[in-house]
Design a protein. Structure first.
Length: 645
């Protein structure tokens, strides 16, 4: 999900005078936009649609590949651009007139853009993967060193981090729970989206924008594809929860008074004009970036020209509504677009275009049945439906029109698919395309096999005895294999043993400690009984147990060998029970997730230790033992011999 916009060109942090000049320009732009709406200056009589395709680059180990600079330099195509992270790329489809074979034409264009990107990526040891969140991402991947080295991204990071007080705290509860604090904006780079654009006219804007707000929930429920984040299974579309947190700049006081976050669904219906949204963005959210503005938009309008409205577009690009209002022009005629930002990338381009067709069809068909949804539905219900869809997918329960309570799946099959078909027919979309794309939605919903559901079922099928990291790499490998085939996700077989074997055989699979460490770590505290530590070791078949204090800091390590010496000394049967602090090894030798495997082996040999707690940003995130390294060494030897053969 892109943080940038076409107008993101701000420089270093603004001084007060420069900020005042920019604010004056921003207010002038809004007044000019109001005049353009009143005078009907926007393009009329035609509707266009478009899309932005974000994608991950992954290496042979199915982990993020920081190769976007090399790939994009070789491609040298203005439709293919950088994203926040070096492991992301964005493709921008051309605008298509809404009608005829526009949907299949857009699919063909996106397919070619992705194919070319993948072809060049292979030369740099990478592949293109379409998924809402890459399952193999780790917190260590979200470091500044992996940020695309462009000035606008450095400024986004500086401004958002400063506004947030220096850190971003993410808490998401789903199947698992994620609670992490991060010091930069790279959390946002976990998200990749398939953002679609729908051109509208000012007189119909309010009606269609409110429609987009209502249908966002059922369209998202059918499209969910992002259940795994940083090793945890969370929401069916975790991107929604993550993006809300990853650029949340509200102060504690602003949170207490429930100020709208910068990423939001909105607070109310729109009554008449797109300027309502732009004005609210200015009123609620302070300016993050400024740039020098030379244009007098009113003078441009007086001369019959088309103003750039640079200040307004720049600010609008830093407020991340799930349905955003966009201003643009072709040099001659300005236009308005509704940008739907909630849809995830993947699982295939066909799946994405099916989601787009469903959305476009509802945008065309819904208003025929519900010309003013404000009279039939509470805004709070539309908003709660959206978050329910993100959390539960097709199992979400919606508070629908006229207070009707219905599941997402039943609503789509019983009512919305016929409505979308009618809308596409009204727009004179090619009948074969209508059947193809809406047929994908129908089968996906009937089988309840969304991308997110396929991921969860695949992970479950691999068995809990398989390490989490290995399962996530196998899942990613299966995604890539099935995307190459191009069939929609509801037809995919589950990931399983074949993919597990493939990633185990990969030469890059055991390069770093983080690729095979045990993340489910049992710990004790310094004040616990030694007998408790011994029992944990016995119950869980462990030879080492880290010791953490009440603040979660690693303060020691207790080993099976020290326990045996304690028992042999007879101290265990004499006097007062002993605390762990009296037996633990202080200052244990540690490593990081990005520590090379060979370095870890050498460290254990030199320090003569049987395990290494794995630390990331001062926190215990895993552990590796001699047993793990013996197994890894055997696999590496097997790979080496296979390569020689």
């Amino acid at each position: 999900m892109s943080l940038s916009s076409s107008a993101d060109s701000g420089g270093p942090g603004p001084d007060e005078a420069k900020q005042r000049r920019y604010m004056k320009a921003l207010l002038a732009d809004v007044r000019a936009a109001e005049r353009m709406v009143a005078e009907e200056r926007f393009e009329k009589g035609i509707r266009r649609v478009g899309a932005e395709q974000e994608m991950f680059l992954v290496d042979d180990a199915m982990e993020p590949s920081n190769s976007s600079r090399e790939v994009l330099a070789e491609l040298d195509d203005p439709q293919l651009v950088h994203e926040l992270a070096l492991f992301n790329v964005e493709a921008n489809a051309s605008p298509h007139v809404f009608g005829g074979t526009c949907l299949s034409a857009m699919e063909a264009e996106l397919t070619e853009l992705v194919r070319r990107t993948d072809e060049v990526s292979r030369k740099h040891g990478a592949r293109v993967l379409l998924t809402g969140i890459l399952p193999t991402l780790q917190l260590s991947d979200l470091a500044h060193k992996n940020m695309t080295p462009l000035a606008r991204y450095a400024e986004i990071d500086r401004a958002t981090t400063a506004a947030s007080g220096g850190s971003f705290h993410v808490v998401i509860k789903g199947r698992d729970e994620l609670d992490v604090t991060h010091d930069n904006v790279m959390l946002e780079s976990c998200n990749t989206s398939f953002q679609v654009h729908f051109q509208v006219e000012p007189h119909e804007f309010a009606q269609l924008y409110n429609t987009a707000q209502v249908v966002a929930a059922p369209v998202l429920a059918a499209a969910v594809n992002s259940p795994v984040l940083l090793g945890r299974e969370l929401w069916y579309e975790t991107r929604v929860a993550l993006f809300q947190h990853s650029v949340d700049m509200r102060s504690r006081a602003e949170r207490k008074r429930n100020k709208q976050p910068r990423v939001s669904f909105g607070d109310r219906w729109v009554d008449s004009s797109p300027t309502e949204v732009w004005r609210e963005n200015i009123a609620r959210h302070r300016v993050l970036f400024v740039t020098d503005i030379d244009e007098d938009p009113m003078a441009v309008l007086d001369a019959g020209g088309v103003p750039e409205l640079t200040a307004m577009r720049l600010h609008n690009g830093t407020v991340y509504r799930w349905n955003r209002v966009c201003y643009g022009h072709d040099g001659k005629v300005p236009h308005l677009r509704i940008e739907a930002r909630a849809l995830p990338a993947g699982p295939t381009i066909l799946d994405e275009m099916a989601n787009a067709a469903f959305f476009f069809g509802l945008m065309s068909g819904f208003v025929e049945e519900f010309p003013d949804v404000r009279k039939r539905m509470l805004f709070d219900d539309a908003r709660s439906n959206f978050f329910a869809a993100a959390r539960y997918g097709l199992k979400a329960q919606f508070n629908w029109i006229d207070g009707r309570i219905i599941s997402a799946g039943d609503l789509i099959l019983g009512h919305l698919l016929p409505m979308a078909r009618s809308g596409l027919e009204r727009a004179r979309i090619d009948p074969a395309d209508i059947e193809r794309y809406l047929g994908v939605i129908r089968e996906r919903v009937t089988t309840e096999r969304t991308g997110a559901r396929w991921c969860r079922m695949s992970l479950d099928s691999m068995g809990s005895d398989v390490p989490v990291d290995l399962r996530h790499r196998a899942l990613t490998q299966a995604m890539l294999d099935r995307q190459d085939a191009g069939e929609p996700v509801h037809t995919w077989t589950l990931a399983g043993r074949a993919e597990l074997q493939a990633v185990q055989a990969s030469r890059g699979s055991y390069q770093y400690v983080g690729q095979f460490m045990t993340r489910d770590v049992f710990t004790v505290r310094p004040g616990d009984l030694v007998d408790l530590a011994a029992s944990v070791m016995d119950w869980e078949h462990l030879r080492h147990v880290p010791v953490e204090d009440d603040g979660g800091r690693l303060v020691g390590l207790i080993s099976h060998r020290s326990l045996m010496r304690y028992v042999a000394s007879g101290a265990s049967s004499e006097g007062e029970p002993m605390a762990v602090s009296e037996l633990m090894h202080l200052d244990p030798v540690t490593c990081a997730p990005e520590t090379l495997t060979l370095e870890a082996i050498e460290l254990m040999r030199v320090k003569r230790v049987g395990c290494l707690p794995v630390m990331d940003d001062g926190h215990l995130v895993g552990i590796i033992t001699e047993t793990d390294l013996v197994a890894v060494a055997a696999r590496l030897l097997e790979q080496h011999l296979r390569g020689e053969g």
